[in-house]
Design a protein around this ligand. Structure first.
Ligand SMILES: CC(=O)N[C@H]1[C@@H](OP(=O)(O)OP(=O)(O)OC[C@H]2O[C@@H](n3ccc(=O)[nH]c3=O)[C@H](O)[C@@H]2O)O[C@H](CO)[C@@H](O)[C@@H]1O
Ligand SMILES: C=C(OP(=O)(O)O)C(=O)O
Length: 423
């Protein structure tokens, strides 16, 4: 399998531009199922997850044309929409489950494989299903599939989410766009990707208000038209590169960002002693070392994002003092601890927390990306570790970072990708 060889590198210096967000584009692609006409999505990153979603849309009957050079995706509806999403695509990527809301809204029926657990937790889909049921769908489970039916169409209703789940908010919001009457989603997730999706739906003719707050109000419409939309910048990659700059005592300017989306990262870096200058769409991160320990608790937006927990742990592992990271969003998101400890870090797991005793140096080792962000964290650790770090299982990283090594190399990092058939 392909791997990354990361050598100890000097301070990262220069400018890097952020691509469109994986966690938005996958939902925009799912939403295109609702349209009667072609949709065009811009700033589409070249990612494994995007490939999986293209395959899924094609298997449902959509005609997809992805121009990688222009980063543009055109999705045309077919006359006959197939309403079944198979296990082989659901097991590759959980976001595939987001086709259920649009299929149910448009065709009144959807049969989607249950996604199953994954490396960071069990990740149930009960809240999605509760929402579909509240909108009048009859939901049945059997043979690993979930079937939802609303033969006479969905009907607007009130849905209270026990937890502000990103995926459930998005799936229910898409289902409700074509329900009869009004739907209220309460305790909705407030992530920026939800606003991006709501904007796209509204451009398609939907009537969605309140996205980005904890109450989203959707007035159903009878049909949605095609639209063109630019994907928002990836805030998790932005955060990853901010951490990379801080870790290497670098001076990095990150462009095409929405700086308000990474406020918790900016605040924590400043607390540690890093200089962060932020304009609306540009962030400069400078560090001269001597970084201090901080405590972090992951939370739904606008709290500290769970997706940045692993990269931040890499930074804290070489900062002065003891830091505590408490993970409240996923129950099993510390699998990177064993890997980072193999590099000489001193991290102990205590229940839902990781206690990090900062060390002076870490050393290169052969390590495995246990999930997407864990993989990015190990690459960052490799930049400051003595010797060479070999990061295996990088298909995880390729799910969400279209060009991590190219971006970091452009800033002075020493990283080489070894393809499967290379020695
Ligand atoms: C493709 C995508 O956008 N992925 C992001 C999305 O995942 P995803 O949408 O799966 O995350 P959720 O917000 O739904 O999950 C948060 C928590 O809620 C739980 N839960 C969720 C749904 C449900 O029906 N029942 C339930 O108990 C989950 O197990 C988890 O513990 O938001 C997460 C939280 O910011 C991010 O880490 C992921 O990168
Ligand atoms: C957990 C993530 O993605 P997914 O929800 O697709 O697994 C992530 O982007 O860090």
């Amino acid at each position: 399998m392909a791997k990354l060889l990361v050598e100890k590198s000097g301070p990262l210096v220069g400018t890097v531009k952020i691509n469109g967000a994986k966690n938005s584009v996958l939902k925009l692609m799912a939403a295109s199922l609702l349209a009667e006409e072609a949709c065009v999505i811009e700033s589409v990153p070249d990612l494994l997850d995007v490939e999986v979603m293209i395959t899924l849309l094609e298997s449902l009957g959509q005609v997809v044309n992805y121009d990688k050079t222009e980063e543009t995706l055109e999705i045309r509806p077919s006359e006959t929409l197939n309403c079944e999403a198979p296990y082989e695509l659901l097991q590759k990527m959980r976001a595939s489950f987001l086709v259920m809301g649009p299929l149910l809204a448009k065709k009144g029926i959807a049969k989607v494989s249950m996604p199953g657990g994954c490396a960071i937790g069990a990740r149930p889909i009960d809240l999605h299903l509760k929402g579909f049921q509240a909108l009048g769908a009859e939901v049945t489970l059997g043979h690993g599939y979930i079937e939802a039916k609303a033969e006479n169409g969905l009907v607007g209703s009130e849905v209270y989410l026990d937890f502000p789940s990103v995926g459930a908010t998005e799936n229910i919001m898409m289902a409700a766009t074509m329900a009869k009457g009004q739907t209220l989603i309460q305790n909705a997730a407030k992530e920026p990707e939800i606003i991006d999706l709501a904007n796209f739906l509204n451009e398609m003719g939907a009537n969605v208000k309140g996205a980005g707050t904890d109450t989203i109000r959707i007035n159903g419409v009878t049909a949605l038209k095609g639209s063109k939309h630019q994907t928002m910048p990836d805030r998790i990659i932005t955060a990853t590169y901010m951490v990379a700059a801080a870790m290497t005592n670098g001076d990095v300017t990150i462009e095409n960002v929405v700086s308000s989306h990474v406020k918790p990262i900016t605040a924590k870096l400043r607390e540690m002693g890093v200089t962060v200058e932020d304009d609306d769409d540009r962030i400069r991160v400078m560090s001269t070392g001597g970084l201090k320990a901080v405590d972090i608790t992951t939370l739904p937006y606008p709290g500290f994002p769970t997706d940045v927990q692993a990269p931040f742990m890499a930074l804290l592992s070489i900062s002065e003092g003891t830091s505590v990271i408490t993970e409240t969003v996923f129950e099993n998101r510390f699998r990177h601890v064993a890997e980072i400890n193999r590099m000489g870090a001193n991290v102990k797991i205590e229940g839902h927390s990781a206690v990090i005793q900062g060390v002076k140096d870490i050393q290169g080792a052969q390590v495995k990306a246990t999930d997407l962000r864990a993989g990015a964290a190990l690459v960052l650790a490799g930049l400051i570790a003595e010797g060479v770090t070999e990061v295996d299982d990088i298909y995880h990283i390729d799910r969400g970072y279209p060009q991590i090594e190219k971006d970091l190399v452009s800033l002075g990092a020493k990283i080489r990708r070894i393809e499967e058939n290379e020695k």
